[in-house]
Structures are given as structure tokens and as C-alpha cells.
Design a protein around this ligand. Structure first.
Ligand SMILES: C[S@@+](CC[C@H](N)C(=O)[O-])C[C@H]1O[C@@H](n2cnc3c(N)ncnc32)[C@H](O)[C@@H]1O
Length: 272
């Protein structure tokens, strides 16, 4: 069988029927090597249209995320881009908690430029990195990690409708207390600021508004996932966990649990 596979790969490398066949052959080689080194890693098809989206690639390039380790973020960037489209008809401002160099806020501000109503984008960040992790956060994080200066982030975000709120979450939330929101992006990695953020913004989301938690569902961010699940326990909305990592909810949209995990019922035969 191995011989047959090796022959197929070789054939597709030397004279592929289509360019896709050559890509799949290369992927087979990479997958074979990965099985030895990182067996749990799951690959995806190398024929995704969004990989060739020029304007999106230019955006990734601008934030140094087209190549190298940072390109691991490109899937969640794409999802933010698409989720913003879904928020188009929803009135309200936008916000990001945990901004770093501004890559997500850049997408949000470009989205606001395309809307007819004038909206404000609120930016909440210490610009001194993470706060002190708590026991819920495990051992991966430490205070001060992921620090990016306010000046450097401002240089990446030349938009006039930004309300800059430098400080520890939730200290500056009062500045947005009387606003309603269409889109909120929470990305602070840790339990407590995630909990503070979702608590503050959930009730201020307009119906149909989208709240994203970038850290949801990553085993490296157990505190952020816990904070969201705890908060949503008695709410009709639950996080829709994305294959890219991260999750989102649509305000006012009741969401089923992960039903495959429930005990199986007897299948009822279809009635005529
Ligand atoms: C992963 S980075 C954010 C990445 C960003 N959302 C992006 O799209 O590139 C996490 C950010 O959260 C900020 N942060 C973490 N804990 C915070 C807290 N308690 N208060 C304010 N900012 C915090 C850090 O300063 C850092 O900029």
C-alpha cells in the first residue's frame, strides 16, 4: 500500500493532472512527516479561495502575518472579516478589548468606513501587556506579556473615529457605559479581563450584534473559555466555537448545545 501511495505522490509531482494534484501530493509528504512529529495536528485543504484573496493578503502583510509563525493567526483574521460582514445591518458602535498592534481593530475600522452611519470604535488595552493571571489561567501566562506601546498601535490605526481607552480592564469601561454595540472583539487571553469584558458588553449589544472571543476554545487559554461559558450559562446564546479557534455569539439568537455530545436517542423512523 505504501508503494502505491508513494507512486501516486511521485506521479502527481512529476506530471499532475491539475495544479491541485501537485499541491495535494506536496501536502501528502508534509502530512507524512507531521505524523511522525506532531501526530494530532490536523491539516486543511490547500485549495481555499481565501488564501488567494489579494486584498486580504495585503492586510496580513501589513501586520506581518502573511508568512512565518504569525500566519497561524490568518484563519481567525479571516473569520473576523467575515463576521463583520454579518454585522452590517446592525446599528451601534464597535469595541475591542485587548488590541496589541491593532490587527483586528484595523479590520473593524475598515468595516466602519464602509457603513453609512458614523460609528465610534472603542479601544481598551493596558498597552502594558497582560494583567496578573489567576489560577483559572493555568501556567502559560505571566504579567506584562504581549505588551505593545500605545504610540506604535496608533501608528497602525490612522482612523479618526477611534476612542482610545488606555488602562486596565475594566477601569475605562465607564467611558462607553451609555453606548450600544454592533460588534465587539474580546482578546485578552485571561480569565478576569475576559469575564469583565463579556459582563460589560453583553447587555449593551444590540439585537443581532456579534460578540467574538478570540481566545475561546484554545487549551492555552482555559481561563478565557471558562469565563465565557460561566457567564453564558443562564443565557440563551452560547458560543459558536470556530474551527479556526475562537468563538462568537449573535445577541438574541438562541443557540443549541453541542448536540453530538448528548446521549443518543432511539432513531424514530420517518413517517409518510
Ligand atoms: C493577544 S493580545 C491582543 C491581540 C489583538 N486583539 C489582535 O487582534 O492582534 C492581548 C492584549 O490584551 C491586553 N490585555 C491583557 N490583559 C489586559 C487587562 N487586564 N487590561 C487591559 N489590557 C489587557 C494586552 O496588553 C494585549 O495587548
Amino acid at each position: 500500500m505504501y508503494l502505491k501511495t508513494a507512486f501516486r505522490i511521485l506521479k502527481n509531482l512529476i506530471s499532475p493532472e491539475t495544479p491541485h494534484h501537485r499541491d495535494y501530493a506536496r501536502l501528502d509528504i508534509v502530512r507524512f512527516m507531521a505524523r511522525l512529529i506532531l501526530p494530532r495536528y490536523r491539516f486543511e485543504w490547500p485549495s481555499l479561495d481565501w488564501w488567494n484573496d489579494e486584498s486580504f493578503n495585503a492586510y496580513l502583510q501589513q501586520f506581518g502575518e502573511l508568512q512565518g509563525a504569525s500566519s497561524l493567526r490568518s484563519r481567525s483574521r479571516w473569520m473576523v472579516y467575515q463576521l463583520l460582514r454579518l454585522a452590517e445591518p446592525i446599528p451601534g458602535d464597535t469595541a475591542e478589548c485587548g488590541v496589541f498592534a491593532g490587527a483586528s481593530s484595523y479590520l473593524i475600522c475598515r468595516f466602519l468606513q464602509s457603513k453609512s452611519q458614523a460609528c465610534t470604535h472603542f479601544i481598551f488595552d493596558s498597552f502594558e501587556g497582560l494583567s496578573q493571571p489567576s489560577v483559572e489561567d493555568g501556567l502559560e501566562w505571566s504579567k506584562g506579556l504581549l505588551s505593545h506601546s500605545l504610540e506604535a498601535t496608533k501608528a497602525n490605526l490612522p482612523f479618526s473615529n477611534i476612542s482610545w481607552q488606555k488602562g486596565w480592564i475594566p477601569d475605562r469601561f465607564a467611558q462607553a457605559a451609555d453606548r450600544r454595540f454592533a460588534f465587539v472583539h474580546i482578546d485578552v487571553d485571561l480569565y478576569q479581563p475576559t469575564r469583565d469584558s463579556i459582563e460589560f458588553f453583553y447587555s449593551r449589544m444590540n439585537e443581532g450584534g456579534i460578540l467574538v472571543c478570540d481566545d475561546y476554545g484554545f487549551s492555552g487559554c482555559p481561563g478565557a473559555t471558562l469565563a465565557v461559558d460561566e457567564f453564558l450559562k443562564d443565557k440563551p446564546e452560547k458560543m459558536v466555537a470556530m474551527a479556526s479557534g475562537g468563538g462568537f455569539l449573535i445577541k438574541g439568537r438562541t443557540t443549541a448545545g453541542n448536540f453530538l455530545g448528548l446521549p443518543r436517542h432511539e432513531l424514530t423512523p420517518a413517517t409518510e
